[in-house]
Design a protein. Structure first.
Length: 147
């Protein structure tokens, strides 16, 4: 014997009679007989949330925005040791002052020896000791090749 499904419909305001009838008809067509519970939650922005037997569907504007991939620039900070919370805060503030809000990723790479490498989009700022030694090596090789 089939038990009735329980469907909870959450909206920001009460649905009009015609809207309820349309929703009930469609749910009956798709899911069969169901007990429908209507809930009003003013935090729902533009849309509806459904819960069908524990399975959630969030078709509200906020629900859709949460699914979006961040559109902020990505900043990758690499250091030889983990940043302290003060260092992290200072770096984030300095970078935000230059480029605005961003997504941050932090990496620890002991081969840096010291300093920081910061990549913003396709620009790289290498202030690591490893990077400075590599630049010095290239400079010396150019001078010896030209001599």
């Amino acid at each position: 014997m089939d038990s009735k499904r329980q469907i909870t419909i959450v909206t920001a305001s009460e649905l009009a009679k015609e809207q309820r009838q349309d929703v009930q008809a469609l749910l009956k067509k798709k899911l069969g007989l169901a007990e429908i519970i209507y809930v009003i939650d003013p935090r729902i922005v533009g849309g509806v949330q459904l819960n069908v037997d524990g399975q959630e569907l969030d078709a509200s504007i906020l629900g859709e925005l949460q699914k979006l991939d961040p559109q902020l620039p990505k900043v990758v900070i690499t250091s030889a040791v983990a940043l302290s919370s003060d260092e992290r805060k200072l770096l984030h503030n300095l970078i935000s002052d230059k480029i605005g809000p961003a997504q941050y990723q932090e990496n620890v790479d002991r081969s840096c020896i010291g300093g920081l490498k910061i990549i913003v989009g396709d620009k790289e700022y290498d202030g690591t000791i490893q990077g400075k030694l590599a630049n010095l090596r290239r400079t010396l090789l150019k001078k010896t090749a030209g001599a």
